[in-house]
Each structure stands twice: as structure tokens, then as C-alpha cells.
Design a protein around this ligand. Structure first.
Ligand code: TSB
Ligand code: ZN
Length: 589
């Protein structure tokens, strides 16, 4: 729900932020308030409580006080002030003074709103009376630096949400709960996909055996697809001399995203943030004719980026990532066709994974930002209109975003929203006239003359890390059979009578390359079935007397109560078909 765009909800949430501040002031008289805006997920207020740290459990108390203040049914009254009055009124509040100082009276009317014993500097608008604030909830509390600057003091940010009806509030809370359940960090832990450790550091997750199974399959999947499309895969090291990045321009334009340099012998090295420079050198390693183009150099390559420790998030934003990268070297008249091929590959891959919740963003330069973007209008305009044309020809829906281009060129990004509401890029395809120049790349054209190729940078899965994060959330941890770490779980109804046949089935399935487990624990069937569900295993076999007598297999699909019985051969054939065709879980039934 876009609260910001809905006028009534906007007002309610804004007034609720004031109600929160009023309640906090009652409970913690020393509290000072910075700003309390309405945001997409409701509202928050940034509060300075000195050394006091508000904990999640304190929110109940604050909420109670808010209810009390709301019930007091105070009118919310607006006053307009001249700057001098405002400065006097808030003379002992450094935060409000900071805001007032920066206000220009000619442009803004300075106003404040009062409800009972509480007054806050605010533009408004607000609801008329605190009694309108009935259906609200405080959601969480976190630290937030004053003005978002890590050098400043850490304030406490309390988030909340307010609606017009109890039903709207409950529906919203249910959605939030569902999102929490889908969060890849929660599922990633529960399903033993990855772990983190403070001795390794923030942003450096480690893939556990279950995660590694899925990762290997994802990597094989995409490499196979690319090889079939004429890509050549390479392996290159994840360090290089600083000089390489000085030539590529990363040192000038990307340094703040890189780990600091290190000295080895007499050389200076860096951990690479991107693979383009290595691939440029590979192109340059041999002579090329126009007949060889496009040349497609692919790599599953480890990159390191300095992401702020507060920004790293599970597998979604990491400091060591594996890009599904490729650099395509094309003649200028091949740009559009090759770009279209990449777009089609993206569509094809998203179809295979059943992904539907994404949008295409055409990321353009900001012509004002001459520091980030090289100042060649003609080059930029040409590049941008080429990408636009291909998208239009393919009838792709997209939106444009100024200032989102890479420093070397415009790009097409695939944007998705994660369970907890982050907007991130998965796939990307970037047009680049600059790097071929910097590395003096050439090919011999028909007439024997030397020409400059153009480079397309592209990542289809983006990074394996981020793609995995998104896949976990989209599938809620129930991977399609071809990807599932454990594909089949065998449960003998009774350990005493049915274990032997279950063991036989396990070896037989294993010899047919199925990833299978056998639950040998002496527990009740219901308990083991529930466990199989929690572990999100897509297929569970239930083996009892009937199955042994008839030499059959009975199974249930995750999330279904129906049992299907097949002969062993029928079951295996069906399973193999599901795997080969990469049937999605929702299409299994
Ligand atoms: C595509 N040079 C290009 C490459 O040739 C490049 O590096 N592009 S990129 O900077 O956009 O990164 C490629 C993809 O990596 C992004 O689309 C995004 O999906 C993913 N990515 C970027 N930063 C991170 C990160 N910190 N954690 C996980 N994935 C990331
Ligand atoms: Zn690149």
C-alpha cells in the first residue's frame, strides 16, 4: 500500500507520528525530536533519548500511552509563526532550531501543530482531532544517524502504521507477517542455505551444503544456456594491480565502492569490484576480424565491493559476490541485435523460474552530473536512443530513470522488490563505448581497416547471491524439484515393518541421481510429515504395508494433502520429467 500517495492515510500517519512523539515525551521527558515523516510503510519518528536505548518490548508501553493521548480527544490546532517566534518557541530544542534556521520565510510558512500539552514544528496537514487515531501499531525500532550521516549521533527511529479501520490495520499486519516469513535471511537459516559469522565479517555469507547444491545447479544452468548461445567462458583472478583500474576508469569513478589497496612486493593490488578490465585484456590477447564478432566472454566471477556495513543484507547485498557476468564485443551495427538477444535471454530465464514480479528500468545518465558521467553528449544520446528503440521494437514495458546509468554508459536493469521492501536490481545489460577506447580495442573490418568494437556488459542472474536471495523469497523456500537440495524424503510409516523397503527405495533413487533422504527416526507419521513440510522438501514418500505388498510408491507434494500412488517405474519417469522440464512447484499438482 502506497501510504504516501493516499491523502487520507498520509494525514492519519502524519498525525500518528505526532501522537507517538507526544506519548514518548510523557514517558521520557528528556526526549528530543528530529523529524517524523510519512514513508511508504507508514511513519517513523527519529528521537534523541540521550543514552537510553528503546527496545522492542518498550513499544507496548509507548503504544498504551498513545492510546491514552488519542482518547483524550484533543483538537490538533495549527499556528503560523514568524521565524523569530519559532526560534523563541523552540529555543531549548537544538533539533528544531536546526530545522528552523534552514527555513526561508519567503518560501515557507513556518507552522506548528498543538494537541493538548504537545506542540511540534510541522508543515501539516493533520487530522482535526486525536480521537481519529484509533487503528495504529508500532512496528519496530532501530538506530538511525542524525541526518543519515555516520559521523553524527545515533538517534532512535520508531516505526509505526495507522489506518482508518481495524480491518485495514489487521490486513496490513497480516501482509507484513507473511513478508517476514518469506524473508530470505529467515528461510536461509532455517533451511541451512547460508550462514554468517562475525569472525568472517558483515557482508560475507558462507554457503552451506544445501545452498551449495542449489548454487551449483544455478551456475550449471546459466553456463549451459550461455554456451548454447555462443558464449565462451573463462576464469580470471579476483585481484589485479591498481594500474588496471586506473586505465579502466574504475579508480576515478568507482574507488569508494572498492576495498582499499594492498601492497605486495613492489606492486599495488586491489580486490576487483568488476570483471570488465580482465575481459578487455582477454579480448586484446588476440587479433580479431569482423567475422569473429560478436565475441562473448562469460565468467562466473568473484567480485568484492565495499558496501556500508549497515547496507549489507543476507545474500541480497554482499561484499563478496559471484557475478553471472559476460562482456559482449560487437561491431557498431550489431549493437541492437545483440542487445535484443540479451533481453530475450533475460525473458527466457525469468520464464524458467516462473518470475513475474519484476520491471524493466532504462537507466540513463544525469547530464548535470559531469563528475560521474563523461561529457560526450552525442555518444550518450546515441546509446540511449538505441536501447529505447530495441525495447520499443520488442514491445517491452519499461520506465526510465535519470542518473541510474553506469559511469560508462546507459543500461537496462531488471528491478525487483524483496520481501522486506528493498528495491534491487537483478539482471542488467549495459552499453559501453568507453572501455574499448580506454583499452584501445580493435578489430579488422571488411576493408582491412582497424575499427573499434562496442562492449555490452551483462549479467542475467545478476549475482548468484542476489538471485538466490530473490528465489528463496519468491518460492518461500519451496524450490522446484530440479533445484531442491533434497528432492525426495522417504518416511516409513512404521520403523519396525517398513524400514527395509524404504532403504531399498532410497538406494534405488540415489542410483538414479535423485537427491533423497530417509527419515529413520522412531517418531509418529504426523510428526515426520510436518517436519518434511517445514523443511520444504517438495516430494515426500509415505511407505507402509500397501506399498510393500504392491511394490509401489505413495507420495505427497509439499503443501498438498493428496496422496498419489504409482509403480516405482512410473514414479521415477514422472520425477525425471519434472526435473528435466524444470516444472515449477505450483505446476506439480
Ligand atoms: C554486468 N560490469 C558490469 C557487468 O559486466 C557490472 O558490474 N554491473 S553491476 O555493477 O550492475 O553489477 C552486476 C549485478 O550485480 C547487478 O545487476 C546486481 O544484480 C548485482 N550486485 C551488485 N552489487 C551487489 C551486491 N553488493 N550484492 C549482491 N549483488 C550485487
Ligand atoms: Zn562489466
Amino acid at each position: 500500500m502506497e501510504i504516501k500517495e493516499n491523502e487520507r492515510l498520509n494525514k492519519l500517519n502524519h498525525s500518528c507520528a505526532h501522537l507517538l512523539a507526544q506519548a514518548v515525551k510523557h514517558l521520557y521527558p528528556e526526549a528530543k525530536f528530529w523529524v517524523g515523516p510519512v514513508v511508504e510503510e507508514g511513519f517513523y519518528y527519529d528521537i534523541d533519548l540521550g543514552d537510553k536505548v528503546i527496545k522492542e518490548e518498550d513499544l507496548v508501553q509507548i503504544e498504551k500511552e498513545m492510546k491514552k493521548c488519542a482518547k483524550a480527544a484533543k483538537n490538533i490546532v495549527r499556528h503560523e509563526l514568524i521565524k523569530e517566534e519559532a526560534l523563541k518557541m523552540f529555543h531549548d530544542d537544538p533539533y528544531k532550531l536546526d530545522l528552523i534556521e534552514r527555513m526561508d520565510e519567503k518560501e515557507n510558512v513556518i507552522s506548528c501543530y498543538t494537541q493538548g500539552d504537545f506542540t511540534d514544528l510541522c508543515r501539516g496537514p493533520h487530522v482535526d482531532n486525536t480521537k481519529e487515531l484509533k487503528y495504529f501499531k508500532l512496528l519496530k525500532v532501530s538506530g538511525a544517524y542524525w541526518k543519515g550521516d555516520a559521523k553524527n549521533k545515533m538517534l532512535q527511529r520508531i516505526y509505526g502504521i495507522c489506518f482508518d479501520t481495524e480491518e485495514d490495520l489487521q490486513n496490513h499486519l497480516a501482509l507484513l507477517e507473511e513478508a517476514k516469513q518469506r524473508d530470505h535471511r529467515k528461510l536461509g537459516k532455517e533451511l541451512d542455505i547460508f550462514m554468517t559469522h562475525e569472525l568472517v565479517g558483515p557482508g560475507f555469507p558462507m554457503w552451506l551444503p544445501n545452498g551449495a547444491v542449489v548454487r551449483r545447479l544455478l551456475e550449471n544452468y546459466i553456463v549451459e544456456k550461455e554456451v548454447a548461445l555462443g558464449y565462451h567462458h573463462v576464469y580470471t583472478p579476483c585481484v589485479a594491480t591498481t594500474d588496471l583500474y586506473k586505465i579502466s576508469g574504475h579508480w576515478d569513478h568507482y574507488k569508494e565502492n572498492m576495498f582499499p589497496r594492498m601492497k605486495v612486493d613492489d606492486e599495488e593490488y586491489v580486490l576487483r569490484p568488476m570483471n570488465c578490465p580482465h575481459h578487455m585484456l582477454i579480448y586484446k590477447n588476440s587479433l580479431h576480424s569482423y567475422r569473429d564478432l560478436p565475441i562473448r566472454i562469460g565468467e562466473l566471477a568473484a567480485d568484492f565491493r565495499y558496501e556500508a556495513s549497515g547496507a549489507v543484507c543476507g545474500l541480497e547485498r554482499v561484499r563478496c559476490m559471484c557475478q553471472n557476468d559476460a562482456h559482449l564485443f560487437v561491431a557498431p551495427d550489431q549493437i541492437e541485435e545483440e542487445f535484443a538477444r540479451v533481453v530475450n535471454l533475460i525473458l527466457d530465464v525469468y520464464r524458467d523460474f516462473g518470475l513475474k514480479n519484476y520491471s524493466f528500468r532504462l537507466s540513463l545518465r544525469d547530464p548535470e552530473d559531469t563528475e560521474k558521467y563523461f561529457p560526450d553528449d552525442e555518444m550518450w544520446n546515441k546509446a540511449e536512443s538505441m536501447l529505447r528503440k530495441v525495447l520499443d521494437d520488442l514491445h517491452i514495458d519499461y520506465f526510465e530513470a535519470i542518473g541510474e546509468a553506469a559511469f560508462y554508459g546507459p543500461k537496462l536493469d531488471v528491478e525487483v522488490k524483496t520481501a522486506i521492501g528493498h528495491e534491487v536490481t537483478l539482471s542488467t545489460c549495459q552499453l559501453d563505448f568507453l572501455l574499448p577506447e580506454k583499452f584501445d580495442l580493435t578489430y579488422i573490418d571488411k576493408d582491412g581497416s582497424k575499427k573499434r568494437p562496442v562492449v555490452l556488459h551483462r549479467a542475467i542472474l545478476g549475482t548468484i547471491d542476489r538471485f538466490m536471495a530473490f528465489l528463496i523469497e519468491e518460492t518461500k523456500g519451496v524450490f522446484p524439484v530440479w533445484l531442491a537440495p533434497t528432492q525426495v524424503n522417504i518416511i516409513p510409516v512404521n520403523i519396525e515393518y517398513h524400514l527395509e523397503y524404504a532403504k531399498e527405495l532410497k538406494s534405488w533413487l540415489e542410483s538414479n541421481h535423485i537427491r533423497v533422504e530417509l527419515d529413520e527416526r522412531n517418531e509418529k507419521l504426523g510428526y515426520k510429515m510436518r517436519d518434511s513440510q517445514t523443511r520444504k522438501i517438495p516430494i515426500t514418500l509415505i511407505i507402509g504395508n500397501q506399498e510393500i505388498e504392491n511394490q509401489t510408491i505413495s507420495y505427497r507434494i509439499h503443501g498438498s494433502e493428496d496422496t498419489t500412488t504409482l509403480s516405482k517405474e512410473e514414479f521415477l519417469n514422472h520425477l525425471n520429467e519434472v526435473i528435466v522440464k524444470k516444472v515449477l512447484h505450483q505446476d506439480l499438482h
